[in-house]
Every structure is written in structure tokens, then in C-alpha cells.
Design a protein around this ligand. Structure first.
Ligand SMILES: Nc1nc2c(ncn2[C@@H]2O[C@H](COP(=O)(O)OP(=O)(O)OP(=O)(O)O)[C@@H](O)[C@H]2O)c(=O)[nH]1
Ligand SMILES: [Mg+2]
Length: 319
């Protein structure tokens, strides 16, 4: 490869929780590499997705959503996100329209900034890299979602102005990570400003997620999808066995919760809930791995795993 003319950079995908950062990553890569849910704080770690094109590569860094919390796990997630603000060469700063349908009740009163968006902007204001403003989920504005006097996409203009009062952006993009609208234009605009750089990763590599981490993440995704209230936030997943040589591939995974009562909920009546989680997770694993999977799931009470780094590490590394 002619490395003199090769272009590459690390591009951070940042923003408050639930704005569609991981959905965007999956759309660009064309594969599910990051888990997605309709609940905030789904992504807990930085996830790389590598987009290859003729003569270059973009290394996208999906990050946990920026938010304020006193909880240990959440503070750790936010510090991972903020570190990526520094590590990236270019930042894609994600926002969603502040409409009631997305849980923002105040836009009709002309109030566009919620706590978490303001907090994200505070951090963005301190960065000096090139930044693109990305207004995601615009498809929702076409479906009759309205905020008071703003009909359809009209709300985007005052919203954008409110954001740009705090932070200046090189370019602004209106996209839907869900439908794909505007995504190609955004990727092309990144390619336009990519500096000369090395091929960081081989051409056949599209994520840094290993088969094991993906398997654990996909189970977490199903916990976010099928359970409610505090369960998604009180649980984590470890892979205890991963027998790649076997057909089907044999995976034993443990779901850790913090209390006995949560264990009962995850297992469900007659084991119905854990069965549902297992069936859905296995289907995604088979797609990612491209082979048949046998998945066995267990639930364990690992008290305080989310409150203490040492317990968290011990669980993650099975020590
Ligand atoms: N209608 C619509 N929904 C979207 C779009 N992009 C994402 N979503 C939905 O928004 C929700 C959150 O998406 P995620 O990709 O998990 O958001 P995130 O920013 O990665 O969230 P965290 O990991 O919690 O920070 C999911 O229900 C997605 O399906 C979009 O363009 N349009
Ligand atoms: Mg995410």
C-alpha cells in the first residue's frame, strides 16, 4: 500500500446518552458492532469501528454517553467518554431534536438545552479539534412529532443556534442513523478533511470487539431490551467458557446482578425471562460469528460489582 498517500484518523462519536451514537456506528460499518437500546447509558466502554475506503481508513470511536452521576460505574463510563474526546483527531458531536417524543418537554417553551446536553457542551467547549455537529433522529420530525410552534424540521434551526452559542463547529449535518439519511454525506465530509496517516488496522478488521466481548455485550443488550427499571443498570455479563473449536460454538455466560431479588427477575417465572434473553442473544451471536452457537446462561449475585473497581475487574477477568 502506498502509505505516503494514505489517509487516516481517529474520529470520536460523542454526545449525551441515547442520542444514537452506537446506531450510527453500526450503520457506517454495516455490521452490528455496538449494542443499542432505547434506554440511556447502554454503552459502557469505548468501541472501535473501522471504515475502510480506497486509500484510507476512518477509525470511529463509539463512546458512553456523557452524563452526571455519583455512581461509581457511571463516573467511570463518563471518564472513558471524556478521554476519547482527547484521543480523537476529529469529533462528531451528536444531538437529538429536543421534542416531547424523546422526553424533552420544554422545547415548545423555547428551552432547548437539557442538563446533559449542556454538560456535554461544556466539555466540548474545552476541546480544540475539528468538530462536526450532528443532529440525529430527524426522521422523527417528519412523522408528525412536533414541539409547539415548530412543525416538522423547523425546530432544527433554533436548536442548532442554541448549541452554537456555546460551541463552534466546522460543519453541521442533519442525519438519521436509523434510516441512513445523511450518513454517507457525513462520512464523505470526514474523508475530505482526513489528514495523511498510517493504516492503523488491517483491511479485514472492522472492530476491536473480540468474539468474547461481543458475546457478553449482546447479552447485556437483551437485558436492556427485556428487563426494566434498575435491572439493566445493576447487571453485567462475563463469559466463563468460549469453546470456538466446537460446532456449535459453546458459550457459557454469567449474568451478574447485585441482589437476590434481581436474580429472580432475570430468571423470570419458570425461567421464561432468561430463556427469552438467551434465544435473542444467541441469534445475534450466530450472525456475528457466522456459525452455530450453543449458549448457556446463568445468573449470579455479585454484590456491589458496580460500586467497586476491584470487584468489577475481578468479575471481568474471572480472577
Ligand atoms: N427514530 C430514530 N431513532 C434512532 C435513531 N438513531 C438511534 N435511534 C434510537 O435511539 C435509541 C438509542 O440509540 P443508541 O444508538 O443506543 O444511542 P447511544 O447514543 O449509543 O446511547 P448510549 O450508549 O446510552 O450513550 C435506540 O432506541 C435507537 O434505535 C434515528 O436516527 N432515528
Ligand atoms: Mg451507545
Amino acid at each position: 500500500m502506498d502509505s505516503e498517500n494514505f489517509k487516516s484518523a481517529f474520529v470520536g462519536i460523542v454526545g449525551r446518552p441515547n442520542v444514537g451514537k452506537s446506531t450510527f456506528l453500526n450503520k457506517v460499518i454495516g455490521e452490528k458492532v455496538a449494542i443499542v437500546s432505547d434506554k440511556p447509558q447502554t454503552t459502557r466502554d469505548r468501541i472501535m469501528g473501522i471504515h475502510h475506503f480506497d486509500g484510507g481508513q476512518i477509525v470511529f470511536l463509539d463512546t458512553p454517553g456523557v452524563h452526571r452521576s455519583k455512581r461509581h460505574l457511571n463516573k467511570q463510563m463518563v471518564s472513558i467518554a471524556l478521554r476519547s474526546f482527547e484521543d480523537a483527531d476529529i469529533l462528531l458531536c451528536f444531538f437529538e431534536p429536543p421534542i416531547a417524543e424523546l422526553g424533552y418537554p420544554n422545547a415548545s417553551a423555547g428551552i432547548f438545552m437539557d442538563e446533559e446536553s449542556s454538560f456535554t457542551l461544556e466539555h466540548l467547549a474545552r476541546t480544540t479539534h475539528p468538530k462536526f455537529l450532528v443532529l440525529n433522529k430527524v426522521d422523527l420530525l417528519d412523522g408528525g412529532a412536533a414541539a409547539g410552534e415548530w412543525k416538522g424540521r423547523a425546530i432544527l434551526q433554533p436548536f442548532r443556534e442554541a448549541i452554537e452559542r456555546t460551541v463552534k463547529f466546522e460543519q453541521v449535518f442533519v442525519i438519521s442513523a436509523e434510516t441512513g439519511e445523511g450518513v454517507e454525506e457525513l462520512v464523505n465530509a470526514i474523508i475530505e478533511i482526513l489528514p495523511q496517516g498510517p493504516p492503523y488496522f488491517p483491511e479485514d478488521m472492522f472492530t476491536d470487539q473480540t468474539d468474547r466481548t461481543f458475546a457478553a455485550e449482546v447479552i447485556r443488550e437483551k437485558l436492556f431490551e427485556f428487563t426494566r427499571k434498575e435491572i439493566p443498570y445493576s447487571s453485567t455479563v462475563t463469559i466463563e467458557e468460549f469453546e470456538e473449536e466446537e460446532d456449535p460454538v459453546r458459550i457459557l455466560a454469567l449474568i451478574h446482578v447485585e441482589r437476590e431479588s434481581q436474580k429472580g427477575i432475570v430468571i423470570g417465572h419458570n425461567g421464561q425471562m432468561i430463556k427469552e434473553i438467551g434465544t435473542a442473544a444467541r441469534a445475534d451471536m450466530e450472525e456475528f460469528l457466522g456459525c452455530r452457537v450453543f449458549l448457556h446462561l446463568d445468573v449470579r449475585v455479585s454484590k456491589d460489582w458496580s460500586k467497586d473497581n476491584r470487584i468489577m475487574k475481578r468479575i471481568e477477568y474471572g480472577a
